[in-house]
Design a protein around this ligand. Structure first.
Ligand code: ZN
Length: 400
């Protein structure tokens, strides 16, 4: 009996050792094979060819997937796509040594443009590709620099392209080599639809009048508070003219956006020392005069309305800390509070909002590229028109 048991014991010891060493041998040898192949793979295995849909629109469910094309051996089918953003990737199909992967962006805000294939934990450097992103706000920043005629022309052009794409039949939701042309056309059609809806939104919105940026306070017909009013006491370091509008209101009265639009500049952090930046010479350049005026307005928020006009709200005491360049704001959203930042003289207590309405030149080819100095140079609304004309035009611009 004991003999039998010891035989069973020794047999099982031998079996276990065999299994363990076998595993070890297999493990060890596969490691070797894996490492040596891997070294080869890094240099030769996969290469990024292109992204078939050219732009990823992060804020649109149907337009935030992109079909990526890689070239390489059959193995790369099992690889994953690497992106810093939150994405989902899927191998779709192959044609010879060309492989198609669908990549979907799951996060509206991550715009890291680099993608690559990844074999386990190794990113294949030759497979690095760069994508381009867009969003409603980015497209707006270009479209808002077009006048009504340019927008209509662009809309017609898009409609023409849509007809040219023609009817696409999409019998199968699966992306295969056979359905690829249909999917490509579908993507283009969706993209055109996306752009046209933005244009229509702008066209419709442009019919509206602005609201008062200080709720409860009206735009006043007062000689010294409207565009073109004289500012003779500043003539020796500015152009001596009032470009915008003043609305008197108590300190810390909330200021809101007078229209929907895109934030183009936020300037905060006024200190009394900042007045030293003003250049006091009677012969300062026009640019320097504009810079001086900018110092006299200090805490400011600038935004481009859907009409394409640039508005700035100035002398703010508080600036809404949530505002950032490129952000979309709706009319009525909080901009900051009434203050006197940028107004020289500590005795000064005429708290008011000063805001300008700058008229765009709508220069073809310049859409989305204007600089801050150019915005400053854009003429103010009703520049050099008589006071009576300005008074009578107020109701055409602002809601009562
Ligand atoms: Zn003013």
């Amino acid at each position: 009996m004991l003999q039998k048991l010891s035989i069973i014991f020794w047999v099982s010891v031998v079996i276990w050792l065999g299994i363990l060493s076998g595993y070890w041998f297999v493990f060890w040898s596969s490691q070797e094979i894996y490492t040596s192949q891997n070294t080869l793979k890094i240099t030769n295995e996969a290469r990024f060819v292109s992204d078939l849909w050219r732009t990823v629109y992060l804020d649109n469910e149907e337009l935030r997937s992109v079909l990526l094309v890689f070239r390489g051996s059959d193995n790369i089918k099992w690889y994953k796509i690497h992106s810093v953003c939150n994405t989902h990737s899927e191998y779709k199909f192959s044609y010879r040594d060309i492989h198609f992967f669908l990549l979907e962006y799951l996060d509206e805000h991550c715009e890291n443009s680099t993608v690559a294939l990844k074999n386990q934990d190794i990113i294949i450097s030759r497979s690095l590709g760069t994508l381009s992103f867009s969003s409603r706000n980015k497209e707006f920043s270009v479209l808002l620099d077009m006048d009504d005629a340019q927008l209509s022309w662009y809309d017609h052009e898009l409609a023409r392209r849509l007809r040219w794409i023609g009817v696409f039949r999409n019998y199968n939701q699966n992306i295969t080599l056979q359905t690829l042309p249909n999917h490509f056309k579908k993507y283009q059609a969706l993209e055109i639809g996306y752009m046209r809806r933005l244009i229509w939104d702008i066209q419709e919105w442009r019919q509206k009048k602005y609201i008062s940026p200080v709720p409860g306070y009206h735009i006043e017909k007062q000689a010294n508070k409207v565009p073109n009013a004289g500012r003779p006491y500043r003539e020796w370091y500015t152009d001596g003219v009032h470009h915008g509008w003043d609305i008197d209101a108590p300190l810390w009265t909330p200021i809101v956006a007078l229209d929907d639009g895109i934030i183009v500049r936020v300037r905060d952090g006024f200190k009394a020392d900042d007045f030293r930046e003003i250049v006091y010479w009677s012969d300062v350049s026009y640019e320097q005069q504009l810079e001086n005026l900018d110092i006299l307005r200090w805490n400011q928020v600038w935004h481009k309305t859907l009409k394409g006009e640039v508005i700035f709200y100035s002398h703010l005491d508080e600036v809404n800390p949530g505002l950032q360049d490129g952000m979309y704001i709706e009319r009525g959203s909080y901009i900051g509070t009434v203050g006197i930042t940028g107004v020289p003289g500590t005795w000064y207590e005429d708290f008011h909002l000063h805001f300008d309405v700058k008229i765009p030149p709508f220069t073809p080819g310049r859409e989305g590229t204007y600089t801050l100095m150019e915005y400053m140079k854009w003429p103010w609304s009703w520049k050099w028109q008589s006071r009576q004309d300005v008074y009578s035009l107020i109701d055409t611009m602002f809601e009562k």
